[in-house]
Design a protein around this ligand. Sequence first.
Ligand code: SF4
Length: 337
Amino acid sequence: MDALPGLDPSAPPLAVENLQVEFRTDIGVAKVVNGVTFSVSAGETLAILGESGCGKSVTAQAIMGILDTPPGFVTGGEIRYRGVDLLKLSEQQRRVVRANKIAMIFQDALSALNPVFTVGFQLGELFRKHRGMSRADARKRSIELLDMVKIPAAKDRVSDFPHQFSGGMRQRVMIAMALALDPEVLIADEPTTALDVTVQAQVMQLLAELQAERNMGLILITHDMGVVADVADRISVMYAGRVVEEAPVYDIYANPAHPYTKALLESIPRVDLKGQQLRAIGGLPPALTNLPPGCSFAPRCRYAQDVCRQSPAPQLHTVSPSRGARCHFWQEVIGDE
Ligand code: SF4
């Protein structure tokens, strides 16, 4: 790894700068990720929040180098691990970063695990391939990892197949696999969506504990504002391929500066706002093959004015040193009860 050109241990373990991803389809070019910028430090949790189709999972796939190409193409920007732009690395160098430094867990653990091999074999393969361990040592390490993610009777369960685990336990196996090679950053793409609420909380608690123990950067991709409130340090809210607001978690919940963030908050039940009516966000996100001029949220925005419908799209305005909002009228939004 030290052979990576320009490696800077003092740089953040992951920084994404002006990332552009497009999908070339039969009905046109969809700008799925349109200038996304964020970074995550060691020990920090960044939540990337937004509706389905806003580009958050494609951003993660681009970081990991697992985009389906075609139709998906990274057309601009940088994805830096400790200062090294991953987009300029060879596929072999990229694979080494992916296996050892930046790992990912997926929403659907059943389809991410191979159904015909035991979980012990799948975990052991990682150690044999990347650490050159013997079969016996790899098995021992696999049991330790299953123990670490709190799978009861790990010694026996290491010989089970994925379908023999419950949804929550399978997600724990996925976490064990992702952490096997001690990554510096873990990307968790909707890790608890397929689980019931109690198991969701247990898996999130486990992720938070492991992150703290390892001082790892965590990127949590989700559409669920309830999941991020307890665990995130910062939130980047995405809409139609862009980050429209980024802020420390407290600021987002206490006083959103972008109408979309505000609308998301108004659409979920909150114990601190008992009796307040929930509001659905009217309309639909725009087609990414045909984005409207100006602000993409304008057709659904109750603060929209004529300037919002004209090019150029609003820039990310500095709300405070630690937060920004891509809205011409963020001052009105932030002051509006
Ligand atoms: Fe709404 Fe205009 Fe702000 Fe866009 S720029 S979010 S349309 S107020």
